[in-house]
Structure formats: C-alpha cells, structure tokens
Design a protein around this ligand. Structure first.
Ligand SMILES: Cc1cc2nc3c(=O)[nH]c(=O)nc-3n(C[C@H](O)[C@H](O)[C@H](O)COP(=O)(O)OP(=O)(O)OC[C@H]3O[C@@H](n4cnc5c(N)ncnc54)[C@H](O)[C@@H]3O)c2cc1C
Length: 510
C-alpha cells in the first residue's frame, strides 16, 4: 500500500522538525517519518543510574569502526532526535568559521554561504528555541541583528566566583547561550540533570517541544513514529525521488511525495543515501561527486574536572559560563585556532563509572562531589577518508579519522593551566571517544560545485530535482562550537526556499 503527500520529511530532529515548522503554514500535506517513539516523561528521565549506568535511552544499535570492531553509539532515536538529551548550548558559528581558516592540522574550508546569509535565520531560530544569552560579552561573537530573546540564566554562586577569578586573570568569560525555558511561562527549574538527560518537565528548548508539536497543531502536518526509512526510490531517469520505503513493527510501507526532505542525522542520512543505490545511481543517491559519507567530522572534545579538595560543589544548573579567549589562538604562544571552553552539565558518579572503573566508588563520589565540570571542544577538519560506509549486511561502518588533535591537546593543557590559576589545585581530563558521535556532521556537504559537493547552498541535492538534506551532514567544516543552532538556522533557510520555489510549483504558498 502506498500513500501520497506533498512533502515527506525523514527524521524529526532539529533539521526535520524545523522544516515541518516552517512549511506548516503553507497548507501543504506534510508527513514526518520518525524511526523512534516519543520519549516518555517519567521519573527515570532524571535518574543518572538509569540514564548513564544503564544507558536506558541510548539506541540499541551496533555500529562498526574501521577495524571492524563493534560499538554501541551514543545515538538517541526519539521524536525530537538527539535534542531530547542535548545540553541546550545554542551557539552561532563565528563569522570566520564561514571562510577558509588555517589550523594547525590543515585547512578548514569555506562555506558556500556567509555568516550574513544565515544571520536572520540564526535570530529566528534563537527565538523559536527561546535562547538565553547576553550579546557583547563573547570576544569572538559575530554581529547580531538584535539581542538574545532572553537574559542569561544566572550563575550559581560557585560559578559566579569562578567567573570573577577568570576575569581576574584577564580573561573574558561570558554567559553560555542556552535554550532552557527558564523564563516566564517556561517549565525549566534549572536543575542539575540537563546535559545528557531527557527533561521530565519539558523545560528544554528542543525540537519536539519548540518546533514539531507546534507544527502538528496544523491539520496538514502529521507524524508517524516507529517507521524506519530503509530506502529512497527514484524514477527511471534517476532525477526524481518517487517514494520512501520503510519498515515498522506493523509491516513495510511506502510513502510517495512531491518533495523529500532527509534529516536523519549526518551518519544515518549518508547511510540511507548509500543504501538507496540503484541502476542509475550505482554509488548511492545524491552521490555523483562521491562525497556522500565522506568527510565525517565530530568535534575533538574532552571533559575537564576542576577540583577543590576541601570544598564541596553545590552547583545545580552548571551550564552558564563559557570562554572563547583561545578560539582563534593563544595570543603569542600559539597562532592557530584552539577552540571553545564551556561548562558541562553537572557530572555525577554513574557518569564516571565507565572511564574510572579502577577507582573505588567512594573515590568517584568524591570527585563528582567536588568538581566544576568543563567541556573543551576543538575543530575536527574534513578528511575524505574519514567515512560512513554501509557494510554488506546493511549496518553502519564509521571510520572516523580524527584530525587537528594537537590543537585539542594544546587547548586542554591551556584550560588546565587556566583553572589551576583560578584556584583549582587538581584538574583532570578525559577525551570523548568515537562512541560519542554527538556533534556528527559533514557527510553530505553543501557547496557550489556539483563535482565536489552533494548539495547546493540551499541543501538541495545537485543530482535530484526534489530532494533536500538538512541535518548536520551539510556542514563543510565543523567549527568549534556546538552545531544545533546552525542546523536549525540553515533548515529554516532551506524551508523558506522550499516554500518560495518548490511548493509554489504545486500551488502551496508560504
Ligand atoms: C548527549 C548530547 C548532547 C548534545 N548537546 C548539544 C548541545 O548542547 N548543543 C548543540 O548544539 N548540540 C548538542 N548535541 C548535538 C545535537 O543534538 C545535534 O547536533 C542535533 O540534534 C542534530 O540535529 P539533526 O536534525 O541533524 O539530527 P538528529 O537530532 O540526530 O535527528 C535525526 C532524527 O532522524 C531519526 N532517524 C534516523 N534514521 C532514520 C531513518 N532511517 N528513518 C526514520 N527516522 C530516522 C532519528 O531517530 C532522529 O530523530 C548533543 C548531542 C548529544 C547526543
């Protein structure tokens, strides 16, 4: 049985939900196909034992690395995608991130659009997600057309003290932009289980709450959960996508549509395009450039715990402070970009069990009880051999080749030095592994040239007349700040283009 819609959207994360939100007022019939279900609001949402030690919300999926070793990736397949558990940091990329930039590990390529092209969409995306922040404090901040929608979330007293100490060192810490609904009418209670946890009270500014649910209030938008899209089917010419074939517990199905928007996440979107290879497109859809699945990037990230042995940490909502003093380098010591430093959600003992298994539990309890926790992030550069491929059994192989690692090591060392100078005698760090593809991007990159990119600057496939890909796969470079707001802004821009150009052809206006 086949059903027909004007627009079929695959995936309900930031990209897919933003497209549904933007196209809802056009009146077009829109179906969102999501492999996951709605994440249930329940007590264990905030239970670190359940969420971390038992990984109860993590996908039960196995991927393979370049050496064919299986691993369980940190993927969260729910309505709202990975934003159900995200840390709510909502950064704009820096103006310079859109241009070619020399790094210690190589070149970060230019984007086919500029910061100014995306600025109005950043502003609208911040409004939709309800971002808190303070313009004018971040020394690397690009120009803005207006203030943040909400004032920054106030620091807990312990963090206010850290901020003062960092300022005393001549640094410029600033309020971390964050999309929690900690404002009038919002449900957030600024608790200590945000980053990495689902929100039991819908207090996060995330894709399901801010975009998809409002879109579904329009009768023309519908959502189908528990459907895994296995393949996209083209017409005989190969130019048009005619159907998405899916499997579900209720059986297989087929959705036909005039327009398809793929937003399954950078890794799954690349895998789906590769799995959809056919007689006309033997190497996969949208892939005449050979770029689909290539240039997989994920930031180089480390967690850094700063400890005062004689002072317990009483921080609740910890994600309120960030530094970009070393984003473009370390003054005279180092000329190349190093990256961003931001507070992490409060680390709790169960989160340390995997990496500090050798420490007795009281040791881990002590660490978590005395630390201020940071997230240190450096740019990963595009390498064509860093790839997503599909195994003969249809499974995903993720061969991540990390790049620019010296820059990250320098940033971690610089952060430790800074924190020791700010009064924390003990500072320890741990790098995030390949099993945490949280900031995955780059696998279906956009560009002006069809021979070196899969998508055009509006995220439409060069090779197809009716296919857009709007998840983080379109990034030509990863920058060194969190990706979700940039996915949101470009999806909004692509949605506007779809409403203006594609849907007017089928008589819908928006
Ligand atoms: C723990 C964690 C913390 C994070 N914190 C931050 C943060 O603080 N700030 C930030 O900017 N970013 C953060 N991120 C990253 C952020 O969540 C992602 O960048 C963002 O969600 C990407 O949006 P997307 O639309 O590209 O993909 P996703 O959010 O991954 O959405 C893809 C959707 O497609 C669905 N899907 C996949 N395959 C199929 C298929 N074959 N058929 C049907 N449906 C499919 C998935 O279930 C999912 O719902 C975090 C991520 C994690 C995991």
């Amino acid at each position: 049985m086949s059903e027909r819609f004007d627009v079929a959207i695959i995936g309900s994360g930031v990209g897919g939900s933003m497209i549904a939100h933007r196209l809802a007022p056009t009146g077009a019939s829109i179906l969102v196909l999501e492999r996951g279900e709605r994440l249930v609001r329940e007590d264990r949402n905030w239970d670190p034992e359940a969420v971390y030690a038992n990984a109860c919300y993590k996908a039960e999926e196995q991927w393979y690395d370049a050496q064919d070793q299986p691993f369980r990736p940190g993927q969260f397949y729910y309505v709202g995608g990975n934003t159900k558990v995200f840390g709510t940091t909502m950064f704009r990329f820096r103006r310079e991130d859109f241009a070619e930039l020399a790094h210690e590990g190589g070149l970060s390529p230019a984007w086919p659009i500029s910061y100014d092209d995306l600025e109005p969409y950043y502003a609208e995306a911040e409004r939709l997600f309800g971002v808190h922040g303070e313009a004018g404090r971040d020394p690397t901040e690009p120009g803005r057309s207006g203030p943040y929608p909400h004032a920054p979330v106030r620091h807990d007293p312990g963090i206010a003290e850290v901020e003062k100490r960092l300022q005393g060192l001549g640094l410029k810490p600033f309020p971390l932009p964050t999309s929690v609904q900690y404002h009038e009418g919002g449900a957030c209670i600024a608790c200590d289980t945000c980053d990495g946890f689902p929100c039991k009270v819908d207090g996060k500014g995330e894709a399901e709450v801010c975009l998809l649910d409002p879109a579904l209030k329009n009768g023309n938008v519908s959502l189908r959960t528990g459907v895994h899209v296995d393949r996209l089917v083209t017409d005989a010419s190969g130019r048009r996508i005619i159907a998405a074939e899916y499997s579900s517990d209720a059986g297989a199905g087929r959705i036909e549509a005039d327009l398809f928007v793929l937003s399954a996440g950078a890794i799954n979107s690349a895998a789906l395009l590769l799995r959809s290879a056919n007689g006309t497109h033997a190497d996969g859809l949208a892939n005449s450039s050979g770029m689909v699945g290539r240039c997989y990037m994920n930031h180089n990230c480390s967690a850094v715990m700063a400890l005062k042995p004689f002072q317990r940490s009483h921080v609740h909502f910890q994600k309120t402070l960030s530094l970009n003093d070393f984003y473009f380098g370390d003054g005279h010591d180092h000329a190349y970009p190093l990256g961003n430093i931001q507070l992490l959600g409060k680390i709790k003992e169960p989160m340390l069990r995997d990496s500090l298994w050798f420490l007795p539990r009281p040791g881990r309890d002590w660490l978590a009880g005395h630390s201020v926790d940071w997230y240190v992030m450096s740019e990963d550069l595009p390498d064509p051999e860093s790839r997503v491929t599909v195994r003969p059994d249809g499974g995903i192989r993720l061969s991540w080749r990390r790049t620019n690692t010296q820059a990250h090591q320098r940033l971690v060392a610089r952060t430790k030095k800074m924190l020791r100078a700010a009064g924390f005698p003990i500072v320890v760090s741990k790098a995030f592994s390949k099993e945490t593809p949280s900031h995955q991007c780059g696998t279906v990159c956009f560009g002006d040239d069809p021979s070196s990119s899969a998508l055009d600057p509006f995220c439409k496939a060069h090779d197809h007349d009716n296919l857009y890909v709007v998840d983080a796969g379109f990034f030509p470079s990863s920058a060194a700040v969190n990706p979700a707001l940039t996915v949101a802004a470009q999806a909004l821009r692509a949605g506007e283009q779809i409403a203006r150009v594609e849907l007017t052809r089928t008589s819908h206006h928006g």
